[in-house]
Design a protein around this ligand. Structure first.
Ligand code: UDP
Ligand code: MG
Length: 321
């Protein structure tokens, strides 16, 4: 029988975990597959780790890894996938926003021969501001990237072993898992589902973490912003030369220009605006360079992507990535 491994990143999720254990186990028992779950404790400060250990002693299919500190959701997912031993893997959040009952449909698609079945969020039970941010991110990022990134998808998905192996072989530090997954290619398809409200506990994605995720999504996958800087510089230079030319002609034929109401006036405003505009463009371009440079810096240090603190039930001592 084929085996399915589910990766669940958990950061201070002690309140929601008991619900998750019940609902997930009930759903998974209907898949007619061998299954195990690897929960990754992403440096929680509540009793998440104790709850996970207790669950492992009750049901050995529930296994867990603990990271040495809070490395972030994408790293936690990557660390879990690194240890996925099934023929197929699932990534799902701990908070039951992605209902485990939906996974049956996804697994059927995998059985039909698809290598990645990702979930498309039909409707989000979140505030309008967050919904707008997500919406605009996907519309902004997709055209910048040279391979198709499906819109409105998250990390919730079913992936074949071969895709997991591709993800495992990727050494990068600033990981945007859904982008890496799309990059891998193979046969991919999406299924719509309704994203629920959180079953319990607080949102762990702060605005800062969300912004970092969005920037990783763009700057780790696209060189378009760098090219944009060049084009912006070009357009501004063109505007400036136009301005110079205009001023020269204006000085040569002041009377004619006065006739159409454009006599030369000493204009501080124009100078100030031009200086500010140029300054703004230069800083933007420097910022774009900085985004790439910072990521290159992270990569060349070649630090491990994560550090393990502990594990229960995961076979083999956790090797460094
Ligand atoms: N999470 C994590 N590390 C973090 C933040 C979040 O492992 O630093 C986990 C969290 O426990 C949850 C999932 O990532 O299982 C999604 O987080 P959350 O529900 O807070 O954010 P949402 O995606 O719903 O905005
Ligand atoms: Mg959530």
């Amino acid at each position: 029988m084929a085996k399915i491994t589910t990766i669940i990143p958990c950061y201070n999720e002690a309140t929601v975990l008991p619900l998750l254990f019940d609902r997930f186990t009930a759903a998974a028992d209907r898949w007619q597959m061998d299954w195990n779950v690897i929960c990754v404790d992403d440096g929680s400060s509540d009793s998440t780790w104790e709850v996970l250990c207790r669950q492992n002693s009750l049901d050995s299919r529930w296994q867990a890894l603990a990271l040495a500190r809070n490395f972030g959701h994408q790293t936690a997912v990557s660390a879990g996938l690194y240890h996925a031993d099934g023929d197929v893997a699932v990534v799902i959040d701990a908070d039951l926003q992605d209902p485990p009952e939906e996974l049956g449909r996804f697994i059927d698609k995998w059985r039909e021969g698809y290598d990645v079945v990702y979930a498309i969020r039909k409707q989000r039970k979140e505030g309008p501001l967050k919904r707008f941010c997500y919406w605009s991110f996907y519309r902004l990022a997709a055209p910048l990237v040279s391979f198709p990134i499906p819109l409105d998808t998250g990390d919730f998905c079913v992936m074949d072993r071969k895709v997991v192996d591709v993800l495992k072989s990727m050494p990068e530090r600033n990981r945007f898992v859904r982008g890496l997954r799309a990059w891998a290619g193979f046969k991919q398809t999406g299924l719509e589902y309704e994203r629920q409200a959180r079953a319990a506990g607080e949102v762990k994605y702060t605005f800062r973490k969300l912004l970092k995720l969005a920037l990783d999504g763009i700057f780790s996958f696209s060189l378009v912003p760098l090219k944009l800087a060049t084009w912006l510089g070009f357009v501004v230079s063109l505007l400036a030369s136009g301005g110079i030319l205009f001023t020269m002609i204006q000085r040569l034929f002041p009377r004619w220009f006065a006739g159409i109401g454009l006599e030369p006036v000493p204009g501080y405003a124009t100078i100030v605006i031009a200086v500010l505009f140029m300054g703004g463009v230069q800083l933007t371009c420097l910022g774009i360079l900085g985004e790439y440079l910072g990521r290159i810096f992270d990569e060349v240090k070649r630090r491990p992507q994560w550090v393990f603190r502990d594990s229960v039930g995961v076979r083999g001592r956790v090797p460094p990535p």
